[in-house]
Design a protein around this ligand. Structure first.
Ligand code: ADP
Ligand code: MG
Length: 259
């Protein structure tokens, strides 16, 4: 069974087709990256998958459970870290975790042990009792991540997980993603940072203007774009046909700066 199945998903906002007939799957045990520039439709796709948005047509499933039929079961299966953090500023991480554990009805002892381990692994103890509003972007991200992992979900969904993170926290985040997969989970992440996807994802889907323009392992994408040895960045630009545009921009910039 796939961790995620997205079939012919379409979602419009008025005249704008934000997600246009997107189909892909995330296999069990895989790290799958949705790549695309800002506005490509990554967040909209993820929100449809989480049952937070109603698609116009098509459907999505998490471990065979339809996002709209059983959103509660989907939320049980998934740990979701949204792009925009909806954190309770005046709570501390400790209070937030207690709150999440209580609404999810998690067993207290096991959950406390889990929190303790994650706080230690993330070197987070000194922020445990600070108000969330006072935390840095990286520490807010860690707070979100711990909250999302409290119920030991099978699938981790991370929307732009590396935005605003320093080198060290990025490394920790990548480690957590790998540990999650090594212990039998699956990961779907979205990013507009190519380098991140390159070393981390087993397969990627490239989204551009709501359309999935390429999909596969890096090697498969290379042969699709007929670019042997190309980096993901180059493939990305080629598949989204931005290569020439970017070059023109660089040329213009060079000219402007040399005057
Ligand atoms: N609630 C909304 N109402 C209107 N337009 C939206 C809404 N959410 C997203 N969009 C538009 O849909 C497109 C895709 O957005 P999004 O899925 O957030 O892209 P990404 O996450 O790849 O940056 C963008 O053009 C965005 O402006
Ligand atoms: Mg987004």
């Amino acid at each position: 069974m796939s961790a995620v199945n997205i079939e012919n998903l379409v979602k419009s906002f008025g005249d704008l087709v934000a997600v246009n007939k997107v189909t892909f799957e995330v296999r069990e045990g895989e790290i799958y990256g949705i790549l695309g520039p800002n506005g490509a439709g990554k967040t909209t796709t993820v929100k449809c998958l989480m049952g937070l948005l109603d698609p116009d047509t098509g459907y999505s499933q998490v471990y065979g459970v339809n996002s709209l039929d059983d959103p509660i079961e989907v939320k049980r299966l998934v740990g979701y870290v949204p792009e925009e953090h909806q954190l309770y500023d005046s709570l501390t991480p400790r209070e937030l975790f207690e709150f999440v554990a209580s609404i999810r009805e998690l067993p207290e002892e096991r959950t406390n042990k889990r929190i303790k381990e994650m706080v230690k692994a993330l070197d987070f103890a000194k922020y445990f009792d600070s108000m969330i509003v006072t935390l840095s972007a990286g520490n807010k991200q860690k707070t979100m991540l711990i909250a999302a992992l409290l119920h030991a979900p099978r699938l981790l969904i991370l929307d732009e997980p590396f935005a605003g993170l320093d080198v060290r926290t990025t490394k920790i985040m990548k480690d957590i993603i790998r540990i999650h997969v090594d212990s039998g989970g699956s990961v779907l992440l979205s990013t507009h940072i190519m380098e991140v996807a390159e070393g981390l994802c087993d397969r990627v889907g490239i989204l551009d203007d709501g359309v999935l323009v390429g999909q596969g392992t890096l090697d498969e994408l290379r042969s699709q774009a007929q670019e042997e040895g190309a980096t993901l960045e180059k493939l990305f630009l080629k598949l989204t046909e931005q290569e020439e545009e970017v070059q023109l921009g660089v040329d213009a910039l060079r000219e402007a700066l040399s005057e």
